[in-house]
Design a protein around this ligand. Structure first.
Ligand SMILES: *[C@@H]1O[C@H](CO)[C@@H](O)[C@H](O)[C@H]1NC(C)=O
Length: 401
């Protein structure tokens, strides 16, 4: 962990100040306080929600292991990085002397979603790193009752992953998809000296809040209107896709992209819109028919106790909406020559019902300035753009670097 004084930029963030304030107190030897906090957590159960690797996998039969939609050896170069926040699953492979690319997945489908993209980049000679966000895939995570899944937590997780590598990650390109894009932009705004390229794919960050329906506001409200256990059940129900036969063919996406009425139950757009829950059936791992986005999400609902709480906490606290200030910081750094970045790329699905291309282009151009932001709209693609149109993103990376 870096010295506290090096975090002056970060420490502007109140949540980060809180987190590192606690760490600071521990540094200065208030061991007794730490002991009593730690002790009380132990009394109320483990501080981390375990990943399926610790919780569910040991009990599986060979057959069940073969049918895992996201097997624990899905990608090469796996390691599990331990930290005070829990364990993070990291994958890193590709030539050690290649340009470095860190890929950040979206809110519900872990690293496996970016399999195609990662392999294509390695084929072009890049070194890639992917990791499962806390509470997703094979990462455990802090309990959302003690930690918010916010900028502070995700920034810390990225730094942990980078520091865990046997090779130095002191200059790299960030590719973030959906929630991962929001996290990538946020990180870049704090660490201009680390990030040499930024590609935001169907990215959150500036999602317009008008897209949040009253239902969704109620569901994710933090005012204690609904008991947390009920919220978790309702969200699990919305995310659940069930067996293939029972699933309709993404009706919400069709509705969302054709309907513009604001009195519709769920307005179009936004990570909470129904559309995000209708998953694609593209096979993510060759020769594993179970490895679809839908199966991976359902598997997490059943086997990862941290998944639904992490999802809910991310919707509430992650830097998905109204990040104009942080995005502007990126542009300021580019303009005044701080750091390595000189452009930002947006890759957007032309018919994405969640991240609406026209809106994000308008908002990003206004925030960054048209000279800094470069835009690629992928024709005919929806929100799955990072999953099924990986080659378009590879082209952007090659053009940029
Ligand atoms: C450049 O802009 C950033 C972001 O606003 C600011 O923090 C930094 O102090 C500026 N640096 C210079 C050299 O003006």
């Amino acid at each position: 962990m870096p010295c506290l004084s090096e975090l002056s930029e970060l420490s502007e963030h109140p949540a980060f100040r809180l987190a590192f304030g606690v760490a600071g107190a521990a540094c200065f030897g208030t061991f007794v306080l730490w002991r009593s906090i730690h002790g009380s957590l132990e009394l109320h159960g483990p501080p981390h929600i375990p990943s399926p690797r610790d919780a569910a996998m040991p009990a599986l039969s060979e057959d069940e292991v073969r049918q895992l939609p996201y097997p624990s050896d899905a990608l090469p170069g796996a390691r599990d990085v331990q930290s005070p926040y829990g364990s993070t699953r990291v994958y890193e492979w590709g030539p050690a002397d290649g340009r470095r690319l860190l890929l950040i997945h979206g809110i519900s489908t872990p690293s496996i979603a970016l399999t195609g993209l990662a392999y294509s980049l390695v084929e072009r000679g890049y070194r890639v790193m992917l990791f499962d966000l806390f509470g997703r895939g094979y990462s455990s995570g802090p309990s959302p009752s003690t930690h918010q899944y916010d900028s502070a937590l995700y920034t810390s997780q990225i730094l942990l992953c980078l520091q865990s590598s046997p090779i130095p990650w002191t200059s790299f390109t960030l590719i973030g998809y959906s929630l991962g894009g929001a996290i990538a932009a946020d990180f870049t705004s704090y660490f201009p000296n680390l990030v040499e390229g930024l590609v935001l794919v169907a990215s959150g960050g500036l999602i317009r809040t008008e897209h949040i329906s009253w239902k969704s506001r109620l569901l994710y409200s933090t005012g204690g209107l609904l008991p947390e256990s009920l919220i978790e059940r309702l969200v699990a129900k919305r995310l659940w896709t069930g067996p293939v036969e029972a699933r309709s063919i993404e009706p919400e996406i069709a509705t969302a992209s054709t309907s513009s009425s604001s009195d519709h139950d769920e307005p179009k757009g936004g990570l909470r819109s129904h559309a995000v829950y209708t998953s694609s059936n593209i096979v993510l791992l060759p020769e594993n028919p179970y490895s679809t986005v839908s199966h991976v999400v359902d598997w997490q609902i059943i086997h990862h106790q941290g998944f639904i709480p992490a999802f809910i906490s991310s919707i509430r606290y992650a830097p998905i909406h109204n990040q104009h200030q942080r995005w502007k910081k990126i542009a300021d750094n580019i303009r005044n020559g701080t750091g390595k970045l000189n452009q930002v790329w947006l890759v957007l699905g032309e018919i994405d019902p969640i991240i609406i291309a026209d809106e994000l282009v308008e908002d990003a151009q206004a925030t960054f300035g048209e000279d800094i932001v470069h835009i690629k709209i992928v024709k005919g693609s929806g929100h799955e753009v990072a999953i099924d149109r990986a080659s378009e993103i590879v082209d952007v990376v090659e053009q940029m670097l």
